[in-house]
Ligand binder design. Structure first.
Ligand SMILES: O=C(O)CCC(=O)C(=O)O
Ligand SMILES: [Fe+2]
Length: 205
């Protein structure tokens, strides 16, 4: 099984140090992404509408987001998830060593955005007591995604301003990482079902 190269780790660390985000095309191979997509599809009966907000004030708000999710621990585990989690653990070790990020744990869910679904502009919030989301990581699973399919991740690069922003095409194998507390972002609507794995590294509060 291929694992992401030291080069990929290096570029992510450089991006995070320089500007707080990194886009890594081909972080996973097409075969790895396609295994994960198959595992996501076969877990569809365990997906539920995603909620927003902190523990306690948590609820489903379809005006804010309209994707469905399944936490990785709730899906039958498979080789795709195992390889993905191993890759993320390698990334965690590298970033802790190179940037002293103090990343402790990683939680991730499959997400599925049906045609027309979206996630309005938001900041990846604090999540429950004792854990602080430090680094957001989104891995895309759909091959042959074109700009015309929509569904870009729009990352706002300057606080709550409208511009500048960067649009990321959700192509299979691409990993986006960004500092959770720094970048507001949104998911634009698409004309295809859009599948991904979204996760967060947390550190101490
Ligand atoms: O799927 C994406 O591109 C981003 C998802 C997201 O922002 C989230 O789940 O918090
Ligand atoms: Fe987010």
């Amino acid at each position: 099984m291929n694992t992401p190269s030291g080069d990929a780790h290096d570029r992510i660390a450089d991006g995070l140090a320089d500007h707080g985000w990194a886009v890594s095309p081909a972080f996973l191979t097409p075969a790895q992404a396609s295994t994960l997509l198959a595992e996501s599809v076969s877990a569809r009966d365990r997906f539920h509408p995603a909620g927003v907000g902190r523990a306690g004030a948590h609820g489903v708000r379809s005006g804010t987001r309209s994707d469905s999710v399944c936490w990785l621990g709730d899906a039958h585990s498979g080789p795709g998830q195992a390889a993905y989690l191993a890759a993320m653990d390698g990334l965690r070790a590298y970033l802790n060593q190179s940037l002293y990020l103090g990343l402790l744990s990683y939680d991730a869910h499959f997400a599925s955005y049906p045609v027309g679904a979206f996630y309005a502009r938001h900041l990846d919030a604090l999540h429950g007591p004792g854990a602080r989301r430090t680094l957001s990581c989104v891995l895309y699973l759909n091959p042959d995604w074109t700009d015309a399919d929509g569904g870009h991740l729009r990352l706002y690069l300057d606080g709550d301003r409208q511009e500048p922003f960067m649009d990321v095409r959700p192509e299979a194998g691409t990993l986006v990482t960004f500092l959770s507390e720094r970048f507001e972002h949104e998911v634009l609507t698409s004309t295809r079902e859009r599948s991904s794995v979204t996760g967060w590294f947390s550190g101490r509060t």
